[in-house]
Design a binder for this molecule. Sequence first.
Ligand code: FBP
Length: 558
Amino acid sequence: MHISALQKARYDYIPKLPESLAQDAAAASLVFGAPAQSAADQAELKAIFKHTYGKPVITFEKGSNLQIRRPLNVGVILSGGQAPGGHNVIAGLYDGLKKGNADSKLRGFLGGPSGLIENASKELTGAVIDLYRNTGGFDIIGSGRTKIETAAQFASSLETAKALGLNAVVIIGGDDSNTNAALLAEYFLERGSDIQVIGTPKTIDGDLKNTHIEASFGFDTAVKTYSELIGNIQRDANSAKKYWHFIKLMGRAASHIALECALQTQPNVCLISEEVEAKQWSLSQVVDLICASVIKRADNKENFGVVLIPEGVVEFIPEMKRLIAELNDIMAAHENALDGLDAFADQLEFAAPKLSAPSGGLLRSLPQRIAKELLMDRDPHGNVQVSMIETEKLLMDMAGRRLAELKEQGMYRGSFSALGHFFGYEGRCAFPSNFDADYGYALGLSAFVLIASGQSGYLSSVRNLVAPVSQWVAGGIPFTMMMNMEQRHGSRKPVIRKALVDLDGAPFRTFAAQRDEWAVKTSFLYPGAIQYYGPPEVCDQPTKTLTLEHPPQPRKFF
Ligand code: FBP
């Protein structure tokens, strides 16, 4: 097999380990905290999670744990979007299992949770694992977005796990997938099965975190990859001095990626969806904000710059949100009639009069390509495909139009030439940074210790992440501790709370304190590519978000 020199070198990288898991993870002993309560809605959650509510936080200590030498048969699932470090979670889990007992086995479910529902899996042997150590991607077994939702899906999941003789299932996923894991853990116990369920926190979006989970794996590598690209573009912009670059970044529900990239690169403008929503900014206010930077920089003869845009921002602009919701209703009510119209102009004339006056006006005022995307690109359920909207182009076009008007009025004297970019998939399968390689591996090992110790209903956790790896604190957090009840598809559901950008939090405040200066003055930072080999200050730095949210200090974890 042909592999790159870096891939070959990364095979030999040995992840650094927290003290409690070093040498022999099977010797980690468990320290139990007090029974934990859920984040909110305690009584409702207690009633739903009869078997898994009120479990204690677990921390591992170096010690002896004879309980965990039994042979185990474990299945693992990769769920949702790819995130660097996933292969290392599997490698950590595999190594833990094999060190615990050489007869233990690991199976990988193919293509995400559907692999469990449909009983599609393969054995992961040492030879297979070795081909994926410290590499990005989820290609070892593939991933998928199927949710285990219906009674039949829960039943067939249990059937598969029983048929394969599994002791435990590990779900590597984000907030939704771990909500699913929590329900599965409860379901297995309710049905009298002792098959355990353990989750691990994954997502490049960084929105699976809370008081107990400091970060999801994958965020570190993804933001460093995007920041390298943004820095490169900034240097190009500062060299050529002729383009404004509008860069859309992944992160649909939360803007952690955009915020971290802004802290790493200091662009002229960075939109934060949570702020747009909190301040109820209209589309035109967002465009004004961008134009203000363009105009001030033009006054300094700097007709170039960089704007960062979180992928989901249109859904946070109230009038766009309303337009999308109304369009979805119209599409549902008139699907056949709309499908019968091939030309965009006909679709527009059909749909616009059926919208409320403000939404109809907005649809007609949008750049044609965006109105087309809203009307013509629909998902399999017939809804507007928000993730396909080219927000960077929408804002570029609208800023261009506004600046042209201002020029006519003599209020802007610069030149505006803009280019659009979307950085998303570029960051999801990069070689994991040392941080994500170490973190993913430690999460996998922790999942093993939890399973081997007979635990179920836990998210494997590693805390104190800004400290050197040896001081990381490994253990498990009960799923139910991170849950609350939310309205989903018309009914109240138990869910792990999604972490949005906290406008009172240190990362946003740090950004807000500097952005006025960045908007005018060229203050670009050029982070460069992720470094895997070299001094720790170059290779092993955590993200600014993590450092600002968890400043290094002596802390108590149990
Ligand atoms: P997860 O939350 O599953 O980790 O995925 C996040 C993400 O990378 C988003 O940033 C992006 O909007 C989405 O996946 C894209 O998904 P898809 O791979 O289905 O196009």
